[in-house]
Write a protein that binds this ligand. Structure first.
Ligand SMILES: [Zn+2]
Length: 480
């Protein structure tokens, strides 16, 4: 009962399907066997591809169901496409007592000791190939991950050209940048700071840095650097974290993850309209008009003094057209001052430290351990199914087993990131002089602090109102 398979391109003209068929039929006749069923013939143009082969499946079923005594094939590598198929077939044949007879190669008869040995050896070799392939895939991915993008002359900022050792002054700048960004600094702010400190983008190997083009930092370049998992001592492949790298991280994993979470927040850009606003509350405070709630912006001036205004001009459903100016439009400076004062007062209170206590704070080392175990299980699963990366369409069970693992890992990574959201408030609350510490913060960091603490609604002040009325600035504290 021959199963004929040929891969059309590489097998050569001399070994067409017809030739295999003739040889197999001759073997059957020579042994005095009867053809049990028509030849399986899979003229498979994509032998190297990954299309499911229904005929191979049917052959396996036939073997397992005991519907056949012997499989005849031209050669084993024509019969099976890869180590996995080979293993499946020889095991099925061994279990069902089905012999494999080959035109090129010796018989494998599971009813004789020699045949069983041949099958066992073949099976072991196949298994070995499968394991090696998985290993190769892993190490190729690892190598790619370890080499990262600085191969070909680009060095990772913070690391030597081989990517393995830390360049201390750059690493210190990186650590500061992570802390600053988590505390609300903008990427452009970091870029400015790095440029002032004389750092340039690391386009060339470190020791040749003076030869290469060295560009000043910009926000998007800072973002790319901060997002690089290598800074947390993690190696990644195609955006997926593969595990611990063989180099040291510059920051811990939770700091990196927290930063990544923060930077992938779509609302945050390298310098969008929000970051461009001139005033503290621009793009932060909301219009206090009932039912509006749009962000206010620093726009224009009144008698030469900057104002915040709601850009919403349309009337609300219940607003009468003869009552104008109820969207906010008021002087900026008094509102800024008032909100700053209130925040400083809040953070100066003895119970301010309670704001820093995060009761949900996770046990990061334990989480990391858990993630490592899960990732190892994913690896093992992928190896079991022949290296997930090479199988665009893994079997359904593989996906079914993989999905909950991936989901769990993502949830753990999220919790690690949360734990790394180093308190935006910490530096302020711990300061001896909260007001002075507040004054030293950049506008963006002040905004970040405010964002943690409260929501601000600016109400219209009405015409001719000269004195500042605090009740027109509504501060709604957020629950912590
Ligand atoms: Zn409004």
């Amino acid at each position: 009962m021959p199963y004929l398979r040929i891969s059309s391109d590489r097998s050569g003209e001399g070994l067409g399907v017809e030739r295999q068929r003739v040889d197999c039929l001759a073997l059957i006749e020579g042994r005095g066997w009867t053809l049990a069923r028509a030849p399986f013939c899979e003229n498979d143009a994509s032998a190297a591809g990954r299309k499911p082969r229904p005929l191979f499946r049917a052959l396996l079923d036939l073997v397992r169901s005991g519907g056949v005594d012997v499989i005849v094939a031209w050669s084993l590598d024509r019969l099976v496409r890869n180590a996995r198929d080979r293993l499946a077939l020889v095991e099925a044949c061994r279990d069902a007592g089905v012999m494999i007879a080959l035109c090129r190669g010796s018989d494998m008869d599971p009813t004789t000791p020699a045949g069983r040995l041949a099958i066992d050896v073949l099976g072991s070799v196949a298994q070995h190939e499968i394991d090696q392939k998985a290993d190769r895939q892993r190490s190729a991915a690892q190598q790619a991950a370890e080499n990262g993008r600085w191969i070909g002359g680009r060095r990772a900022f913070g690391y030597t050209a081989d990517g393995l050792s830390i360049v201390e002054d750059e690493a210190a700048a990186l650590r500061d940048a992570y802390a600053a960004v988590l505390a609300g600094e903008t990427l452009r702010g970091v870029a400015r700071q790095w440029n002032r400190a004389g750092f340039t983008t690391a386009q060339r190997p470190y020791r040749h840095a003076h030869l290469g083009e060295r560009s000043p930092w910009r926000g998007d370049a800072v973002r790319r650097v901060l997002l690089n998992p290598r800074n947390a001592g993690l190696r990644a492949h195609k955006g997926e974290i593969m595990g611990q790298a063989c180099w040291d991280g510059v920051v811990d994993e939770s700091t990196w993850r927290a930063t990544r979470t923060l930077l992938s927040d779509s609302a945050r850009t390298t310098g969008g309209p929000t970051a461009m606003g001139k005033h503290f509350l621009s793009g932060v405070a909301l219009c206090g008009l009932d039912g509006c709630g749009a962000l206010v912006h620093g726009g224009g001036a009144s008698h030469g003094k900057p104002v915040y205004r709601c850009r919403t001009t349309q009337l609300l459903p219940d607003q009468r057209p003869d009552v104008p100016g109820t969207h906010v439009n008021r002087l900026a400076a008094p509102a800024d001052q008032y909100v700053s004062d209130v925040v400083v007062a809040r953070l100066s209170r003895p119970d301010a430290r309670d704001l820093l206590v995060d009761h949900k704070r996770a046990d990061v080392p334990a989480l990391r351990e858990e993630a490592t175990v899960l990732r190892a299980r994913l690896d093992a699963l992928a190896a079991e199914f022949g290296g997930g990366a090479e199988e665009p369409l893994p079997p359904r069970e593989y996906r079914a087993m993989r999905a909950p693992l991936v989901e769990k890992i993502e949830s753990i990574e999220g919790r690690i990131a949360d734990a790394g959201m180093v308190d935006k408030l910490g530096a302020l609350v711990r300061a001896d002089d909260v007001a002075a510490a507040w004054d030293e913060l950049t506008r963006d960091r002040r905004r970040a602090v405010l964002d943690v603490l409260a929501e601000v609604r600016l109400h219209a002040v009405g015409r001719g109102s000269r004195t500042f009325r605090p009740e027109t600035v509504e501060i709604i504290w957020k629950a912590r």
